[in-house]
Write a protein that binds this ligand. Structure first.
Ligand SMILES: Cc1cc2nc3c(=O)[nH]c(=O)nc-3n(C[C@H](O)[C@H](O)[C@H](O)COP(=O)(O)OP(=O)(O)OC[C@H]3O[C@@H](n4cnc5c(N)ncnc54)[C@H](O)[C@@H]3O)c2cc1C
Length: 426
């Protein structure tokens, strides 16, 4: 029996590939009531779709193309751009991902200097010519630096960093100081440049639901938390669930998030505290603006990193006639819910004065474990999935073995399946 623990994207893709390879004795154990891990959503009784943290699916991820039927997800696409705000003005800028030349056009007006535009176009052009493996390889290299250092070393001005790079990539990495690896920054910039960001009409949780639907009945067992691993010598021969059930195993894949893996392997949690986030949802009778784009407030240390009327992208996220807005907060500063909602409305009102009368607090979702720290060279200490452990028949997959991304989780699950299918075959 092959046992996979954790039905996040890594575990789901691994199970899907094993089943597809004809392996029959495979079980996927998930602690929660539904699969998806960090990619989940719920629908409220009123009909709002609330994703557990703002995130998007990039259709340029190779593993996404291999494993998801994007059309069946009813994709709702973001426009290629963002609305950049400071106190005085808002600028709608074209995203360089699809039309690098747009930044040189009047679309950005006086937003950035000519030198910044030229640097951005040159950087995107360079990334388009660099293979993904090389960009990601940099994350494991001594030569890697932080995103903030990289932007500075490439001559980008403080202006473009504070107006665009920090609000946008601070939100992507859940890391306002931009201490995240420049290798990863370059990889993401390329993926945004070559693909489109989308939300499934039914919520981000439709991604794991689609993967789970490809599994034969009984393969995925939810509400099934693995409590401990029982060893014989240097092998795990049984996993024991919280309900005391014992499941024998020939090979075990831990597709769990890093702290859960450390608990199961009885080792101290590794590394620095993770990046968390809080998403604050509001209902409104009017969207604050019409575009299907993120709004990015300028500067560092803001409560709201970005906000967006999600229904501008996916009208299905709210009941007819109502809008759903979400604001991403990286550090809620200990504020209780009421005070947090009020402070978020306050910040957004700086840019949209009507917001105060429009935005009705709906829900607040904390995601304490969002992404592990991905500082310069972070991948040096993370052997890619399937990563060996000191136990003979136990491997690791999931973003704990690499970058925090849907691509990394799915591709690692795929590689782990390849190894496990080989073992099962004999
Ligand atoms: C707010 C947020 C925004 C993000 N934005 C993006 C984005 O825009 N684009 C992108 O590509 N990536 C994004 N990511 C990252 C991406 O979502 C993750 O890297 C990816 O989903 C991780 O998948 P995983 O399968 O490795 O782990 P997880 O999703 O963490 O899955 C692990 C699973 O293991 C289960 N588990 C743990 N312990 C046990 C146990 N003892 N027994 C049984 N089950 C157990 C958990 O319940 C969970 O379901 C974002 C993440 C967050 C949180």
């Amino acid at each position: 029996m092959i046992v996979i623990v954790g039905a996040g994207l890594a575990g789901l893709v691994c199970a899907k590939c094993l089943v597809g390879a004809g392996v029959r004795d495979v079980v996927l154990l998930e602690a929660e009531a539904e699969p998806g891990g960090r990619v989940r959503s719920r629908i409220t009784p009123e009909g709002f779709v609330l994703d557990r943290g703002f995130q998007v699916l990039l259709d340029s991820y190779p593993a996404v193309r291999r494993h998801l039927d994007i059309a069946a997800l009813r994709p709702r696409y973001f426009e290629s751009g963002a609305i950049l705000h400071d106190r005085e003005r808002a600028w709608t800028v074209a995203d360089p991902r699809r039309h690098p030349g747009d930044l040189l056009s009047t679309a950005t007006g006086g937003m950035f200097g000519v030198a910044d535009k030229a640097r951005l176009v040159a950087l995107v052009g360079e990334l388009l010519l660099t293979p993904d493996e090389r960009l990601l390889g940099r994350c494991a290299s001594d030569a890697d630096v932080s995103t903030a250092q990289f932007l500075w070393s490439r001559g980008f001005s403080r202006d473009i960093t504070e107006r665009f790079f920090r609000p946008f990539f601070g939100g992507v990495f859940l890391d306002d100081p931009l201490g995240t690896s420049a290798g990863l920054f370059r990889y993401y910039l390329k993926k945004f440049a070559t693909g489109r960001a989308l939300l499934p009409a039914g919520g981000i949780g439709d991604i794991p639901r689609q993967l789970a639907a490809s599994l034969p009945p009984g393969t995925l067992r939810t509400n099934c938390r693995v409590e401990r691993l029982s060893r014989v010598g240097n092998r795990v021969d049984t996993v024991v669930t919280a309900r005391g059930e014992e499941i024998s195993c020939d090979a075990l894949l831990l597709a769990t998030e890093a702290p859960a893996t450390a608990r199961l392997l009885e080792r101290p949690p590794a590394g620095e505290p993770p990046h968390g986030t809080t998403v604050v949802y509001f209902a409104s009778d009017h969207a604050l603006y019409a575009r299907a784009m993120l709004a990015l407030p300028r500067g560092r240390g803001r409560l709201v990193r970005h906000f967006v009327p999600l229904t501008n992208v996916a009208p299905e996220y709210a009941p007819p006639g109502v809008h759903l807005l979400c604001a991403t907060v990286l550090d809620r500063r200990g504020l209780p819910d009421d005070a947090l909602s009020a402070a978020v409305v306050n910040e957004i009102s700086e840019f949209y004065p009507a917001a105060a009368g429009l935005m009705r607090p709906l829900s607040i979702i904390d995601v304490p474990y969002g992404q592990h720290q991905q500082r310069a060279g972070f991948a040096r200490n993370l052997p890619p999935a399937p990563a060996r452990t000191t136990l003979e028949n136990v491997w690791l997959a999931g973003d704990q073995t690499g970058a925090c991304s849907i691509q990394s989780a799915m591709a690692g699950g795929e590689r782990a399946a390849h190894l496990l299918a080989g073992l099962a075959a004999g």
